[in-house]
Design a protein around this ligand. Sequence first.
Ligand code: SF4
Length: 66
Amino acid sequence: MSHTNLHVKIEKLICQGTGYCVRLEPEIFTMGNDGLGEVLIERPDESYEETLEEAATLCPTRAITY
Ligand code: SF4
């Protein structure tokens, strides 16, 4: 089993539901019933690191950490 240091989180208190993260990487992010971003895979493998960096930068409220 490969080990991953990634731990993806969305801070719901500051997410504004823009959906940019979901459009960028629907394997990891989705929209919840509350209209806010939600994490599908909290510990993806390292190959997602670049995409996560992009998502964190793209998120207008900086709600994504990984
Ligand atoms: S890009 Fe940021 S603000 Fe937009 S849905 Fe994703 S986490 Fe929320």
